[in-house]
Write a protein of this length. Structure first.
Length: 324
């Protein structure tokens, strides 16, 4: 499995430097002032955090005869990947994809002048089969059964607030050396469990409903999401948002729910709370964080935060202060 990541890093022209902590990759020739960190745990799970800024449009070609399952979380930016002649898949901010690959060629495309952040969790095939066996029959949910004769298969879902918190904890580990590996792997295992349950139980259920929106309209749905995130402090109305991206409000509502599993403004509320968590965890006051995510009424903000995370925003600030 690790040969797949090696091939990707080789194509990115990233030198590898082995350390006691995660391997810290050098900066790519196509990137600027960003890094990729890589951890391989004792169980064989590989965890890769990428934080890149492409100077110009970049295409990375990868070829490998190895096989693996990968959970990939796109946290910032966008791109595309085409594997072994299959349809091109967009790398969508705020999404998680489960990818099964073997004996493949892949082409990754990244847009110049933009940041790209992601977390990838690679699973050896035998470990994927071991875990997937807990969700149904191995002969139907195992790696080979899911891929059949293909070299690539992808499943994708939007991330939720719990996932965002787990990713934040994984990327901001407070420990070093052996304790770091234990902590990071525990967060990775939580993410693996969450998304194997989501993807595999869905496969075990009745047939999948066809998409209600066209591929062109799907790209407009992604654009609508980007507008919401850019204007989080002062979002447009539903009608204005639909007009901005060139859809009618019905298609926007239906397509957004299909893509992200919730309504436009339920999604916006979740993203606001996740941003507030980051701001508070970074040392910002509760009132400042509330204002930056678009809340004028502090009590409304506190109620939404408590509903999302189960405790008040002031408790997070106090907890952070106590740690320092």
């Amino acid at each position: 499995m690790h040969r797949v990541f090696n091939a990707y890093f080789d194509s990115m022209l990233l030198p590898q430097q082995q350390t006691a902590d995660p391997v810290i990759m050098g900066k790519a020739q196509v990137a600027s002032e960003r890094e990729i960190s890589r951890m391989i745990t004792a169980s064989g799970i590989e965890i890769v955090e990428s934080d890149l800024y492409m100077r110009k449009d970049c295409r990375v070609e990868v070829q490998s005869s190895a096989a693996m399952a990968e959970l990939s979380f796109c946290m910032q930016g966008s791109g595309a990947v085409e594997v072994s002649g299959h349809d091109k898949h967009e790398l969508v901010q705020g999404s998680c994809s489960l990818q099964l690959i073997r004996d493949f060629t892949a082409s990754f495309e990244y847009e110049g002048g933009k940041a790209f952040r992601s977390v990838a969790i690679g699973l050896p095939v035998n470990l994927f089969d071991h875990y997937s066996g807990g969700f149904g029959k191995k002969d139907s949910l195992g790696f080979t059964a899911l891929l059949r004769s293909k070299s690539f298969r992808m499943f994708r879902k939007p991330v939720d607030s719990v996932t965002t918190r787990l990713l934040h904890e994984l990327m901001n580990c407070p420990y070093t050396h052996g304790m770091r590996e234990l902590y990071v792997e525990s967060k990775a295992l939580e993410l693996i469990y969450r998304y194997l349950e989501i993807f595999l139980l869905e496969l075990n259920s009745s047939g999948r409903q066809p998409s209600l929106v066209s591929r062109t309209d799907q790209s407009k749905i992604y654009e609508a999401r980007d507008v919401l995130l850019c204007r989080m402090d002062s979002p447009p109305s539903l009608l204005e948002l639909a007009r901005l991206v060139g859809l009618n409000d019905y298609k926007l509502k239906v397509g957004f729910k299909e893509a992200y599993g919730k309504s436009v403004y339920a999604y916006l509320r979740d993203r606001r709370m996740e941003k507030a968590w980051e701001l508070l965890n970074g040392g910002m006051s509760v009132s400042q964080a509330a204002g930056l995510v678009g809340y004028v009424n502090f009590s409304h903000f506190a109620l939404a935060f408590r509903k999302q995370f189960g405790f008040n925003p002031s408790e997070l600030s106090n907890w952070r202060s106590a740690k320092q």
